[in-house]
Design a binder for this molecule. Structure first.
Ligand SMILES: [Zn+2]
Ligand SMILES: [Zn+2]
Length: 148
């Protein structure tokens, strides 16, 4: 179930280098997989994809790299309505925030962008004098295919 992800500002690897993060071969591999993922992969599926290219890459490296990317604010960690239990999913932060629509029947995840969402964020920032760094909105329900 491919979804379209929003465009990222610039390649993650380039962004990390510009911030002085040391780019090992394994980090580069993981970052490229995350950047290129058209769905929202969880840590284990990232690990499986990475292992196809580097059989010695272990899960700890995956978790450490994800932790580093989260601290850098370059990757969002999502729970997507807990459709798959406690699993967490990852995506490179796009230029514009989007809302995730999770189908509780088929598991399809759709992304929804709206200028209204941007306006709402602006309103929150003005009215509460709150500077938003990260915002996450999810809706659970039935997608168009799953409504009879
Ligand atoms: Zn569905
Ligand atoms: Zn997304």
């Amino acid at each position: 179930m491919p979804i379209e992800s929003g465009a990222f500002r610039r390649p993650l690897a380039q962004e990390l280098i510009s911030r002085g993060v040391r780019m090992t071969r394994r980090r580069r591999l993981l970052v490229e997989i995350i950047q290129g993922a058209e769905r929202h992969p969880d840590a284990v599926s990232l690990w499986q994809r990475a292992r196809a290219q580097d059989a010695t890459l272990n899960k700890v490296t995956v978790y450490r790299t994800l932790g580093m990317l989260k601290r850098q604010g370059l990757v969002d960690e999502l729970d997507l309505m807990h459709l798959e239990g406690e699993k967490h999913f990852y995506e490179a932060r796009p230029t514009r925030d989007h809302i995730h629509l999770a189908c509780i029947k088929c598991g399809r995840i759709q992304e929804f962008e709206s200028s209204l969402f941007e306006k709402l964020k602006g309103q929150i920032e003005r009215e509460r004098r709150f500077r938003i760094e990260v915002v996450r909105v999810e809706a659970g329900g039935y997608c168009d295919r799953c409504q009879e």
